[in-house]
Design a protein around this ligand. Sequence first.
Ligand code: BG6
Length: 496
Amino acid sequence: MDEKEKVNPCIIVIFGATGDLTWRKLIPALYNLYLDNWMPEKFTILGLGRRDISELQFRKTLLDGVNQFSRSGAADKKQWASFAKNIMYQKGEVHEKGTYDAVNKKIAQIEKAWKVEADHVFYMAVTPDFFETIARKLYQAGLGRDKQRDKIVIEKPFGRDLDSARKLNKLLHSMYDECQIYRIDHYLGKETVQNILAFRFGNLLFEPLWNRNFIDHVQITVSEQLGIENRGNYYETAGALRDMIQNHILQLMCLIAMEPPVSFEANEVRNRKVDVINAIRRIAENEVHNISVRGQYKEGWIEGKKVKGYRQEADVKPNSRIETFAAVKLFIENWRWHDVPFYLRTGKRMKETTSAITIQFKDVPHRLFPSKASGSWPPNRLIMNIQPHMGITLSFQAKRPGLEMVLDPVDMDFDYKETYTTGTPEAYETLLLDTMQGDSTLFMRADQVEAAWAVMMPIIKVWENNPPVNFPNYTAGTQGPEDAEALIARDGHNWL
Ligand code: BG6
């Protein structure tokens, strides 16, 4: 059967429907799925929000979002009209029982009209303080109880430390089955991130080299020119370690370091990823300062524009100690990776926006060319560019054309844009379709989230107990604090 036929009739209930995520990401993603013929024949998007607006106004705002953010550009009038007739709006407070009764009623009406029992996706596009309430109230209203047909989608952050993540998992498990819970880490939906598995396990070439015998170290960088936008309230409770490293960057590390799964089945893939996190060498509190660096940006210039310092951003305390940059060195204690450092770093208001994974191979065992011929002779390097440039580059030594034997490093490049003419789906398209299809491979399982928090806890604790004395310590528009250079330079490397 064609995969496109497999999605059951579906009602998608979005909590936080008038919020930014719905407008920027969810609706453009659903609209593109619709354009590409992935949506089920029968579907309804039921938006729930606190604003007193009509269905018409709601649809109009969503259309604005699509026009601005959809990867396929401004919406075609006809297509939008036929998509938008499936969108409904319901005003409601998340803590009021009446809201859930109304949802129940709407679902019943829709299914009666369709003459089928539909699947239901309950999407929490809200701030984390509402997760618990919505989960409870849904259940009390008799919603979300069908283990096959009902799914609960939860945005990040999932907890703000190990205890709160455990508590939330426990609460969810008291009502819902793990297989119904879809914890989003949107990085896992990115094409280039999914391609890591294809690259590693769809090819013979690299796997024999993919270990401590050939790889010197791994670097994962996610740097952003953007600041915290309008998210001061959230960011003041998070910081770079919680916001990026505990989730997105650790997940990238898992994909690089995991053992080959036996199949592409959701739990098998996730088991192999959890194995990696569980094998990360536990960080003793007294070594935290040796393996981690934090930073906060002060005002500076990015691409010719002056930008504020973090402490001057809206909803940020004037003496805030929250880090907007974090770098960490981790080791994985297993046969494959023993003693191979993984350097992870992320920062806001950096010089460039770029996410990349660099696999630095070891030096050749014997340098047979004279140094005159080979210059610095850099070891082989494989760079997986996640975004905005999407591709893979392998650098190696080649003979420079000419009568003398001179070696130069050259690049072999795979570039998505040059290779494929078809558009690349947004992460949320993949993740929403997977949710509707009931495929949780790209979602975070309860034990994965908890294991990731467990790795980060010693750093979180030490950082909280020892407030930084030198913040702000990097200028917006630079590569982050100098200490981050020292972190990697101590091992004889530099950030690539
Ligand atoms: C989010 C973080 O999860 O990811 C943001 O909360 C960050 O702070 C964003 O900017 C980065 O996502 P992307 O897809 O733009 O790399």
